[in-house]
Design a protein around this ligand. Structure first.
Ligand code: BES
Ligand code: MN
Ligand code: ZN
Length: 486
């Protein structure tokens, strides 16, 4: 989707024109028939409501859309995004290829315009690569958005905000791709292509290097797969030289069969998006690098495929992690934590981070607890937890905090090794977090985000269609803006 700005307040060459309406307030200068039609259709201007009519202007018929942006208030940016997204949802396959967004007379700040456009663009993302027989009616027609009458400075704000859209779209693509296309090596290749010219530095570890480092847990997961594991670090050092980096670590299980503790067949295809944490980390890093964030941030992706095989690890196997701690692998389907623990030990050794935040589609139990409205947040540090919660609220990638405590931690003690990789049936998301916490050294501020319910949607949402949501990218970007760049 091309988005451009035009200074001339003239929509004459457009067949499709959109205007915005505040709650209970139609835009000024509307044709009387349009105004009457809107009220007859009970259009009130609530956020995301669209009213369409046809008006005659200078002898041509113009398709006019009014979109509501709701009441000015706290969730203004969310309402504006919703409005932009509603326009895209309505016109993406309408046959129209150009839309004029006429903001003349609207009471918007440049940030508001950027929110509107972000919603417009994000809702227009689709993954059509494998759909070879789409009819014309099914294909995307809307390609060009021209913004008219935007307040001064809007273009600059949008230039930054565009980086957010690019990051979310990259994440969605990685998440939506099937596991025969995206596996550890090809995930790395996609990143290498995507980050070219951004100034970010990519470091890739192969299996030999990981073996040398003693990453027995990560490699244990990978050993049943013919796809080789990778550890990818994406470094963006845009801050002061002596500032320790903040490190985001993503679970990148490119397919999770469960391994020998194999999952049931129904719905197993969903496990192509078990790399959603790593996908979010890669997308967020793309956003930061694209908008040249003034902060030191490193994104690390632990990339493996979890398969059953003659060479796969067995339930009961004991593996030695890079930290030296040993783990009894009770259930090979609790593989995400085995990948994360070695990645987290590595980042501490390699980067001495100021803080570590991991993102992972870690437990089905998280979906039972929170559904698809919040990601779960677990942390050893109240300040970090509060900042993440705030970033979640502000960005729309919402989080809800859960407890950690020694009593939960005890549940993963093992009779044969230092710990086991699963606890009892109850508190499954918490014991998973306790497991990860055992690898956090010297009280480093750390947070674990269990985003199992958030990376994929079965129905359209505010700024996404069904499918990959891109959850996490905006959260990380907002956290960095408000806490590391401020
Ligand atoms: N990737 C899954 C978690 C998951 C399940 C994410 C469904 C999204 C949707 C994870 O690797 C897993 O299998 N977890 C197990 C842990 C259990 C064996 C302790 C689970 O949640 O069942
Ligand atoms: Mn699993
Ligand atoms: Zn998994």
């Amino acid at each position: 989707m091309q988005i451009s700005f035009r200074s001339a307040p003239d929509t004459a060459s457009f067949r499709l024109v959109a205007r915005i309406a505040e709650q209970d307030q139609l835009p000024g200068g509307l044709e009387p028939a349009a105004a009457q039609g809107a009220s007859a259709a009970r259009f009130t201007g609530k956020a995301g409501q669209v009213f369409e009519t046809f008006v005659e202007r200078d002898g041509t018929v113009v398709r006019l859309a009014l979109v509501g942006v709701g009441k000015p208030g706290e969730d203004r940016s969310a309402s504006l995004e919703k409005a932009g997204a509603a326009l895209t949802a309505k016109y993406l396959t309408s046959g129209e290829d150009a839309l004029a967004l006429d903001l003349t007379g609207a009471n918007l700040q440049p940030e508001d315009v950027a929110s509107l456009l972000l919603g417009l663009r994000l809702r227009g993302w689709r993954h059509d690569a494998y759909r070879t027989r789409l009819t014309d009616e099914q294909k995307i027609s809307l390609k060009q958005i021209t913004v008219i009458g935007a307040p001064e400075g809007s273009e600059q704000v949008w230039a930054t905000e565009q980086a957010v859209a690019a990051g979310v779209e990259f994440t969605r693509t990685l998440v939506a791709e099937p596991a025969n296309i995206i596996y550890p090596e090809s995930f790395v290749e996609r990143c290498q292509q995507q980050f070219e010219g951004t100034g970010a530095q990519l470091v890739v570890l192969g299996e030999d290097e990981m073996r040398e480092l003693g990453m027995g847990a990560l490699l244990g997961v990978s050993q049943g797969s013919v796809r080789e594991a990778r550890l990818l670090a994406i470094k963006w050092m845009g801050g002061a030289q002596d500032n320790k980096p903040t490190v985001f670590v993503g679970k990148g299980v490119t397919f999770d069969t469960g391994g020998i503790s194999i999952k049931p067949a129904g719905g197993m295809e969903d496990m192509k998006w078990d790399m959603g944490g790593a996908g979010a980390v890669a997308g967020a890093m793309l956003t930061l690098a694209t908008r040249k964030a003034k902060a030191n941030v490193i994104g690390v992706c632990g990339l493996v495929e979890n398969m059953p095989d003659g060479n796969a690890q067995r339930p009961g196997d004991v593996v030695t992690t890079m930290s030296g701690q040993t783990v009894e692998v009770i259930n090979t389907d609790a593989e995400g934590r085995l990948v994360l623990c070695d990645a987290i030990t590595w980042v501490q050794q390699e980067f001495t981070p100021a803080a570590i935040v991991d993102l992972a589609t870690l437990t089905g139990a998280m979906i039972i607890a929170l559904g698809h409205e919040h990601g779960g947040l677990f942390s050893n540090n109240d300040g970090l937890a509060d900042k993440l919660t705030a970033a979640g609220k502000a960005s729309g990638d919402k989080l809800w905090r859960f407890p950690l405590s020694p009593a939960y931690d005890k549940l993963i003690d093992s009779p044969i090794a230092d710990m086991k990789n699963v606890g009892p049936r109850w508190a499954g998301s918490i014991t998973a977090a306790q497991y990860i916490q055992r690898f956090v050294e010297n009280g480093t501020p750390w947070a674990h985000l269990d985003i199992a319910g958030m990376v994929w949607a079965d129905k359209p949402g505010a700024t996404w269609d069904k499918g990959a949501t891109g959850f996490g990218v905006r959260l990380v970007d907002r956290f960095v803006r408000d806490n590391l760049e401020a």
